[in-house]
Write a protein that binds this ligand. Sequence first.
Ligand code: FAD
Length: 381
Amino acid sequence: MNHETALSQAKEIAERVLAPAAGQNDKEGRFSIEAVNALGRAGLLGIMLPTKFGGAGLGPHTFAVVTATLAEADASVAMVYLMHMCAAATIAAARPGAAVTQILAEIASGAHLSTLAFSESGSRSHFWAPLSRARRNGTGVGITAKKSWVTSAGCSQSYVVSTLAPEGKGPTDSTLYLVRAGVHGLSVQGAWDGLGLRANASAPMMLDDCQVPLEFQLTDDGKGFQAMLEVVLPPFCLGTAAVALGLCRAAVVTTAAHLKSARFEHLGQSLGESLPTLRAQLATMQIDTDGLSARIEDLADHLERPRDTTLLRVLETKAAAGDIAIGVTSTAMRICGGSAFSKQLNIERLFRDAHAGAVMAPTGDVLREFIAKAILGMPLF
Ligand SMILES: Cc1cc2nc3c(=O)[nH]c(=O)nc-3n(C[C@H](O)[C@H](O)[C@H](O)COP(=O)(O)OP(=O)(O)OC[C@H]3O[C@@H](n4cnc5c(N)ncnc54)[C@H](O)[C@@H]3O)c2cc1C
């Protein structure tokens, strides 16, 4: 698998599996197992895993392009994909001695979907400060935690779970563990019925004294926070920005098609031919979409060749992407008027989906806090 084949596989799956079902899955809040199976069969679940684990060893650039392609057809599936990729990166970066070889082989073969279970109801969007704490038992730890949102809840084969280290002193002294689906005490707490990304099963989950063996401890005690920042945050911010880009591109395509096909019969013109104000707004959508695309390429480049500005780019790109996706899809709603409002077009789904990126942690507000503190030389936490 190389960059080109990964992209062509993503396009094929987006057209054949995602696009035809996206509207109905959104309506029903239905998680697409078919999409995950197709991504697995195509080898896309392991594209960033090192080749020594059976992955394709591809980089952030390919990940971003694949994610944006999926999001253009169905942002719910793209979000499932990106959370999996973040979890897979964390599992691949597990400390020496962790028994993850089998799981990485399952991911590389397309038979294993994973995800992140970080946010807790107690600390809300401040995912870096879990309130739950692991308790040592004879063979590992027991974890009791209320996880407030877990994408692919109940549909994943494993969960990367954060919790305070048994002897951790401060609020960020966390450890990451791998919790296999089916472990006693792990349950989904109700159905997911969100405003947007309705087909990605982002339900709360409960861990009720789940027993996790030592070999599934992914980081050293208290080093979970460092892994969140170094391993998870970069692909998460890149991936959420790529989802935003896919949404923007889809909004431009649908809006342009509507401006060409909808007509003022009495004037003998299409909407696009008739109204310069709509053309100007469409142009702004295109400018913002291409601007986001350039930002994403810049971030992928920073991740491939890290430098002093990399952390700022990571934070900025997600913050910008959330606002751009909301702006572009809001403009699409306005341009397409009653047709969008009455759900004759997919624009309202794109508009709803676009709002998720900004509230997913780190939220746009928190990112601004971090960015400004970084500029001012203040500690981020
Ligand atoms: C579709 C979806 C999927 C998700 N999937 C996952 C997942 O797979 N795994 C996971 O761990 N979590 C997941 N989450 C949770 C997500 O990452 C956030 O934790 C959650 O959305 C926060 O919501 P809240 O109401 O608790 O936010 P709150 O913390 O209550 O925030 C409320 C408001 O306060 C603002 N705010 C908070 N702190 C600050 C600050 N320091 N400075 C300025 N403003 C601040 C926020 O920006 C927000 O506007 C998901 C969420 C959604 C919506």
